[in-house]
Ligand binder design. Structure first.
Ligand code: SF4
Ligand code: SF4
Length: 188
C-alpha cells in the first residue's frame, strides 16, 4: 500500500461517468472492509477494494485509474456478494478497467491488459479460447517467446492443449455479441 494524496481535488466528472458506467453508488460504502477481507487478491494489490471505494468517494481519478489493483482484480465477485450495502464492487472494478483502457492508462500492469486483449480476441474469433494461441501471442508481444514453454509442451503431450484452433458451432453468435458490445462502447 502506498501513500495517497487525499488533498487532491475531487474529479466530479469522473465520479459521474463511473456512476453511469457501473450503475453503482459508491457513496453508499461505509468502509466496513468486508470486500477486502474476502478478496483473494487483496494481498497483492497496491490498494485493496475498500480503499479503492474510498478513493472513488473522494474523486481521486488519477490514483484509482493508475492503480495496479484494478488490473489484478479477477472479477471473482466475492466482494460483491459480501457487501452489506449491496454495492457491486466487482462491477465497479470492471468499469474502472474500461475507463483506464479508454484513457490509455494501462502501464500499471501492461502484461494483464495485453493478455485481456488477446484472450478476448481468441474468444471472438473461435467462440472459445485457443490456449496455445493466447499463450504464444502473449509471449511474442511481451518479447518472452520461451516463457512457460515447458508447461505448454507438457499440456500438449497430455492432450490438454491443442496446437491448432477450432471454431465452436455458435462462433458467429459469439462474434455478433462482441460486435454489439463494441458498438455500445463507441456510442458512449
Ligand atoms: S472481484 Fe476483484 S476486488 Fe472483488 S473480491 Fe474478487 S478479486 Fe477482489
Ligand atoms: S463491503 Fe461494501 S460497504 Fe463494506 S467496505 Fe466494501 S464496498 Fe464498502
Amino acid at each position: 500500500m502506498h501513500h495517497v494524496n487525499l488533498t487532491a481535488a475531487a474529479d466530479a466528472k469522473f465520479q459521474e461517468r463511473l456512476a453511469k458506467a457501473s450503475g453503482q453508488d459508491v457513496k453508499q460504502c461505509y468502509q466496513c472492509g468486508k470486500c477486502t477481507a474476502g478478496c483473494p487478491i487483496a494481498y497483492a494489490m497496491d490498494e485493496p477494494p475498500n480503499r479503492i471505494m474510498r478513493m472513488l468517494q473522494l474523486g481521486l481519478k488519477d490514483e484509482v485509474l493508475d492503480s495496479k489493483a484494478i488490473w489484478l482484480c479477477s472479477t471473482c465477485a466475492t466482494c460483491t456478494t459480501r457487501c452489506p450495502k449491496n454495492i457491486d464492487v466487482a462491477g465497479v472494478m470492471d468499469s474502472l478497467r474500461v475507463m483506464a483502457k479508454q484513457e490509455g492508462r494501462t502501464r500499471a500492469l501492461r502484461s494483464i491488459d495485453l493478455f485481456n486483449d488477446i484472450f478476448l480476441g481468441s474468444v471472438r474469433k473461435y467462440g472459445r479460447v485457443h490456449e496455445f494461441g493466447v499463450g504464444m501471442g502473449h509471449n511474442l508481444r511481451m518479447g518472452k517467446l520461451l516463457k512457460d514453454v515447458d508447461i505448454g509442451t507438457g499440456l500438449m503431450t497430455k492432450g490438454r492443449m491443442k496446437l491448432f484452433p477450432s471454431k465452436i458451432k455458435g462462433q458467429g453468435e459469439i462474434a455478433r455479441i462482441f460486435n454489439e458490445v463494441y458498438k455500445l462502447e463507441e456510442a458512449e
